[in-house]
Design a protein around this ligand. Structure first.
Ligand code: CTP
Ligand code: MG
Length: 197
Protein backbone atom coordinates (compact mmCIF):
# COMPACT_ATOMS: atom_id res chain seq x y z
CA UNK A 1 0.00 0.00 0.00
CA UNK A 2 1.22 3.48 -0.83
CA UNK A 3 0.88 5.90 2.02
CA UNK A 4 -0.10 9.31 0.76
CA UNK A 5 2.11 11.98 2.23
CA UNK A 6 0.97 15.43 3.27
CA UNK A 7 2.93 16.78 0.30
CA UNK A 8 0.73 14.86 -2.15
CA UNK A 9 -2.30 16.64 -0.76
CA UNK A 10 -0.68 20.03 -0.90
CA UNK A 11 1.45 20.16 -4.05
CA UNK A 12 1.33 23.97 -4.11
CA UNK A 13 2.67 24.21 -0.58
CA UNK A 14 5.40 21.73 -1.36
CA UNK A 15 6.52 23.76 -4.39
CA UNK A 16 6.50 26.95 -2.34
CA UNK A 17 8.73 25.26 0.26
CA UNK A 18 11.17 24.20 -2.47
CA UNK A 19 11.23 27.73 -3.93
CA UNK A 20 11.93 29.22 -0.48
CA UNK A 21 14.80 26.78 0.13
CA UNK A 22 16.23 27.35 -3.37
CA UNK A 23 16.14 31.14 -2.99
CA UNK A 24 17.58 31.05 0.53
CA UNK A 25 20.39 28.65 -0.41
CA UNK A 26 21.34 30.68 -3.50
CA UNK A 27 21.09 34.17 -2.00
CA UNK A 28 24.84 34.20 -1.16
CA UNK A 29 25.44 33.49 -4.87
CA UNK A 30 22.91 36.07 -6.10
CA UNK A 31 24.40 38.98 -4.16
CA UNK A 32 27.98 39.07 -5.59
CA UNK A 33 27.16 40.12 -9.17
CA UNK A 34 24.93 42.92 -7.95
CA UNK A 35 27.48 44.08 -5.37
CA UNK A 36 30.17 44.02 -8.08
CA UNK A 37 28.05 46.29 -10.28
CA UNK A 38 27.88 48.81 -7.41
CA UNK A 39 31.53 48.42 -6.38
CA UNK A 40 33.21 47.80 -9.74
CA UNK A 41 35.98 49.94 -11.12
CA UNK A 42 39.71 50.26 -10.72
CA UNK A 43 42.28 47.80 -11.90
CA UNK A 44 41.02 45.09 -14.24
CA UNK A 45 41.97 41.53 -13.26
CA UNK A 46 43.61 40.88 -16.64
CA UNK A 47 45.74 44.03 -16.24
CA UNK A 48 44.92 44.91 -19.85
CA UNK A 49 46.46 41.73 -21.24
CA UNK A 50 45.18 40.33 -24.49
CA UNK A 51 44.96 36.88 -26.02
CA UNK A 52 44.64 36.44 -29.76
CA UNK A 53 43.87 40.12 -30.28
CA UNK A 54 41.07 40.35 -27.68
CA UNK A 55 41.27 41.23 -24.02
CA UNK A 56 41.75 38.26 -21.72
CA UNK A 57 38.70 39.33 -19.65
CA UNK A 58 38.17 43.05 -20.20
CA UNK A 59 37.57 46.12 -18.05
CA UNK A 60 34.27 44.71 -16.74
CA UNK A 61 36.09 42.27 -14.41
CA UNK A 62 37.95 44.21 -11.72
CA UNK A 63 39.72 43.22 -8.51
CA UNK A 64 37.55 45.57 -6.47
CA UNK A 65 34.28 44.30 -7.93
CA UNK A 66 35.32 40.69 -7.44
CA UNK A 67 36.52 41.10 -3.83
CA UNK A 68 33.56 43.24 -2.75
CA UNK A 69 31.14 40.83 -4.47
CA UNK A 70 32.71 37.84 -2.75
CA UNK A 71 32.73 39.51 0.66
CA UNK A 72 29.15 40.79 0.30
CA UNK A 73 27.88 37.31 -0.58
CA UNK A 74 29.78 35.70 2.32
CA UNK A 75 28.44 38.29 4.79
CA UNK A 76 24.91 37.64 3.54
CA UNK A 77 25.42 33.90 4.14
CA UNK A 78 26.55 34.59 7.72
CA UNK A 79 23.61 36.95 8.26
CA UNK A 80 21.21 34.28 6.96
CA UNK A 81 22.71 31.86 9.50
CA UNK A 82 21.72 34.28 12.27
CA UNK A 83 18.21 34.67 10.84
CA UNK A 84 17.73 30.95 10.13
CA UNK A 85 15.65 29.99 13.23
CA UNK A 86 13.21 32.90 12.81
CA UNK A 87 12.95 32.40 9.05
CA UNK A 88 12.32 28.68 9.44
CA UNK A 89 9.40 29.23 11.79
CA UNK A 90 8.11 32.19 9.78
CA UNK A 91 8.00 30.18 6.52
CA UNK A 92 7.28 26.81 8.23
CA UNK A 93 10.19 25.47 6.18
CA UNK A 94 13.57 24.34 7.46
CA UNK A 95 15.84 26.73 5.54
CA UNK A 96 19.52 25.76 5.49
CA UNK A 97 22.41 27.24 7.43
CA UNK A 98 25.75 27.70 5.65
CA UNK A 99 28.94 26.10 6.97
CA UNK A 100 31.76 28.68 6.80
CA UNK A 101 33.46 26.99 3.84
CA UNK A 102 30.16 27.02 1.92
CA UNK A 103 29.48 30.63 2.93
CA UNK A 104 32.79 31.50 1.24
CA UNK A 105 32.48 29.09 -1.70
CA UNK A 106 29.02 30.09 -2.97
CA UNK A 107 29.85 33.78 -3.60
CA UNK A 108 33.43 33.10 -4.76
CA UNK A 109 32.15 30.46 -7.18
CA UNK A 110 29.57 32.95 -8.47
CA UNK A 111 32.31 35.50 -9.20
CA UNK A 112 34.57 32.87 -10.81
CA UNK A 113 31.70 31.64 -13.00
CA UNK A 114 31.06 35.20 -14.15
CA UNK A 115 34.77 35.68 -14.85
CA UNK A 116 34.90 32.40 -16.78
CA UNK A 117 31.97 33.56 -18.90
CA UNK A 118 33.78 36.82 -19.61
CA UNK A 119 36.77 34.83 -20.82
CA UNK A 120 34.51 32.83 -23.17
CA UNK A 121 32.81 36.01 -24.40
CA UNK A 122 36.14 37.57 -25.37
CA UNK A 123 37.25 34.36 -27.10
CA UNK A 124 34.03 34.39 -29.12
CA UNK A 125 34.62 37.98 -30.21
CA UNK A 126 32.03 39.63 -27.95
CA UNK A 127 33.00 43.04 -26.64
CA UNK A 128 32.64 43.99 -22.97
CA UNK A 129 28.98 44.21 -22.06
CA UNK A 130 27.78 42.22 -25.08
CA UNK A 131 25.03 39.76 -24.15
CA UNK A 132 25.49 36.01 -24.29
CA UNK A 133 21.99 34.63 -23.62
CA UNK A 134 22.03 31.58 -21.40
CA UNK A 135 25.62 31.99 -20.31
CA UNK A 136 24.93 35.38 -18.70
CA UNK A 137 22.06 33.97 -16.66
CA UNK A 138 23.66 30.73 -15.54
CA UNK A 139 27.46 31.23 -15.38
CA UNK A 140 27.36 32.24 -11.72
CA UNK A 141 24.93 29.45 -10.81
CA UNK A 142 27.20 26.78 -12.26
CA UNK A 143 30.28 28.41 -10.70
CA UNK A 144 28.75 28.68 -7.24
CA UNK A 145 27.27 25.18 -7.22
CA UNK A 146 30.50 23.61 -8.47
CA UNK A 147 32.71 25.35 -5.91
CA UNK A 148 30.22 24.61 -3.11
CA UNK A 149 30.24 20.95 -4.17
CA UNK A 150 34.04 20.87 -4.19
CA UNK A 151 34.38 22.30 -0.66
CA UNK A 152 31.56 20.03 0.50
CA UNK A 153 33.53 17.01 -0.69
CA UNK A 154 36.92 18.30 0.48
CA UNK A 155 35.67 19.07 4.00
CA UNK A 156 33.18 16.13 4.12
CA UNK A 157 30.35 18.49 5.07
CA UNK A 158 27.44 16.39 3.74
CA UNK A 159 25.75 19.73 3.18
CA UNK A 160 25.46 19.99 -0.58
CA UNK A 161 23.12 17.13 -1.44
CA UNK A 162 21.12 17.61 1.73
CA UNK A 163 20.39 21.18 0.67
CA UNK A 164 20.41 20.94 -3.11
CA UNK A 165 18.03 18.05 -3.62
CA UNK A 166 16.90 17.46 -7.21
CA UNK A 167 13.69 19.53 -6.85
CA UNK A 168 15.68 22.39 -5.29
CA UNK A 169 18.26 22.24 -8.09
CA UNK A 170 15.49 22.23 -10.71
CA UNK A 171 13.93 25.33 -9.14
CA UNK A 172 17.35 27.03 -8.98
CA UNK A 173 17.85 26.57 -12.72
CA UNK A 174 14.38 27.95 -13.52
CA UNK A 175 14.22 30.70 -10.91
CA UNK A 176 17.70 32.14 -11.39
CA UNK A 177 17.40 33.31 -15.02
CA UNK A 178 14.07 34.98 -14.15
CA UNK A 179 15.59 36.78 -11.16
CA UNK A 180 18.74 37.67 -13.11
CA UNK A 181 16.88 39.22 -16.03
CA UNK A 182 14.57 41.21 -13.75
CA UNK A 183 17.23 42.51 -11.33
CA UNK A 184 19.45 43.56 -14.25
CA UNK A 185 16.55 45.38 -15.91
CA UNK A 186 15.93 47.21 -12.62
CA UNK A 187 19.64 48.06 -12.22
CA UNK A 188 19.63 49.42 -15.79
CA UNK A 189 16.47 51.45 -15.22
CA UNK A 190 18.06 52.94 -12.09
CA UNK A 191 21.15 53.86 -14.09
CA UNK A 192 23.39 51.50 -12.10
CA UNK A 193 24.22 49.27 -15.05
CA UNK A 194 25.22 50.15 -18.63
CA UNK A 195 23.19 47.39 -20.30
CA UNK A 196 19.84 45.83 -19.36
CA UNK A 197 21.29 42.26 -19.31
N1 CTP B 1 32.16 44.06 -12.18
C1 CTP B 1 33.45 44.09 -11.64
N2 CTP B 1 34.12 42.91 -11.35
C2 CTP B 1 33.52 41.72 -11.59
C3 CTP B 1 32.22 41.68 -12.12
C4 CTP B 1 31.56 42.87 -12.41
O1 CTP B 1 34.00 45.16 -11.42
N3 CTP B 1 34.18 40.58 -11.28
C5 CTP B 1 31.47 45.35 -12.46
C6 CTP B 1 32.03 46.04 -13.70
O2 CTP B 1 31.94 47.42 -13.49
C7 CTP B 1 31.07 45.57 -14.79
C8 CTP B 1 29.74 45.56 -14.06
O3 CTP B 1 30.09 45.12 -12.74
O4 CTP B 1 31.06 46.42 -15.92
C9 CTP B 1 28.71 44.63 -14.70
O5 CTP B 1 29.13 43.30 -14.63
P1 CTP B 1 28.99 42.31 -15.87
O6 CTP B 1 27.73 42.52 -16.59
O7 CTP B 1 29.30 40.96 -15.35
O8 CTP B 1 30.25 42.76 -16.79
P2 CTP B 1 30.30 43.38 -18.25
O9 CTP B 1 30.65 44.83 -18.14
O10 CTP B 1 29.07 43.02 -19.00
O11 CTP B 1 31.56 42.66 -18.89
P3 CTP B 1 31.62 41.24 -19.62
O12 CTP B 1 31.13 41.45 -21.02
O13 CTP B 1 33.07 40.92 -19.57
O14 CTP B 1 30.78 40.28 -18.83
MG1 MG C 1 27.31 42.24 -18.67
Amino acid sequence: MVVKSQADNLPGMELLAVVIIAFWAMLPAYIPNNAAVLAGGGRPIDGGRTLGGSRLLGDGKTWRGTLVGWLAGALVALALNVLQPEASSLFSVDVPTFPLAVALALPLGAMLGDIGASFLKRRSGRERGAPFPGLDQLDFVVGSLLLALVVDLVFSLSWFFETFTLPVLAVVFVLTPILHVSTNAIAYALGLKDEPW
